[in-house]
Design a protein around this ligand. Sequence first.
Ligand SMILES: C=C(O[C@@H]1C=C(C(=O)O)C=C[C@H]1O)C(=O)O
Length: 407
Amino acid sequence: MLHPVAIAPAAPSAAAPDFDSILLQGSAGALLGTPMAPALAVPARALGAHAAPLLAALAPGERLAGALPFDRQAASHLLPVRTRTGGAAIGAWLRSHAEDGAPAALQTSKACGWILTAEPGRAAYEDSVARCVRLLRQDGTALRKVVLARTLLAQAKGTVSPWWLAQRLAADPHALRFVVPLPVTHGEAPAWLVGATPERLIARRGARILSEPLAGSAPRLPDAAASQARADALLHSAKDQQEHRYVVQAIADLLAPLCSQLHVPGAPSLYATDTMWHLGTRIEGELKDTSPDALPHASSAALAALLHPTPAVGGTPRAQAMRAIAGLEPVARGFYSGAVGWCDARGDGDWHVALRCAHVQGNAVRLFAGAGIVADSIPASEGAETRAKFNTMLHALCVDGDAPCTL
Ligand SMILES: C=C(O[C@@H]1C=C(C(=O)O)C=C[C@H]1O)C(=O)O
């Protein structure tokens, strides 16, 4: 369990009791979870089997909710929670917890006191992309795609409240806003993953399942006609279509054995967030078995653990891509590009890929963004793509999107 320390400098007593709540808030509904028991901390391969008895023991109104890390070998952080649902009430709860939680500099001025450090800097990231492209072009390699991420460290003068940051994230109807407490070692300040992700890993309702992977991206532009031209170019880009196909194929291959029906569209569609265009595919299926005996492999938590990490955030083939990422990325991803979500006693649930997010701890907010690299990738374009993906969180931090363009 995390330790109850002040997270909102101006009003610690108001925010402290909810330090370990979980918030998942999308246009289709919201969930606020209060942890009832210690976290289930197991690697992805063991998750379905370990989650099943916990799911069966949940009381009405309780769910298992939390996060899976990017690394399949690392431990999950899933908590049995008592849940409140309902968009309006949870919106009001968030607003009240966000009040007074702003870093002191932000309360008086938009020219806030963040110290921003790119890790690695944009040029170093583009060098890594170039090295990755060389790996992908090597004769005889099986490697087809690697997703390379970079981070931006924003440091405030005071402790940053995750509820303030979540409230600052624009209510994008295409994104799920989330605040998920993370495990910390004894004596460390509490930590959270806070973000607004557009990508659904898996949803399950009864026998019906839905996965909506995104891969292939372009920044949206202020000028509507220019932005639409970007979108059209993305939809017809052979390189982005290829990048996308790896993801759809991997998900379809993993889900097909569990399904009596699986519908996989032959071509992707355009998806938009406030800041980005993406290629996306709506994959729908019917599970063969939804009996309680099937929970270890068919609960939504087990399905999330099965699919994760898809080539949208890892690469293909999975094992080689993970090795390339470990060799090329200087900062560990932790729970970024893992999954956040919930699962109920029947196995129903919703899991999203943990993107457009930041690790919040003390006065530090570490933003993450990645891009899929294939043999045809151009390093400068991937640098620009990751820079544009930071904007979701930079806007929330009141940092002007265009100001730190060297980042
Ligand atoms: C890795 C990220 O995004 C992923 C990579 C994408 C791409 O390469 O085009 C698109 C959406 C996400 O699946 C991120 O936002 O950090």
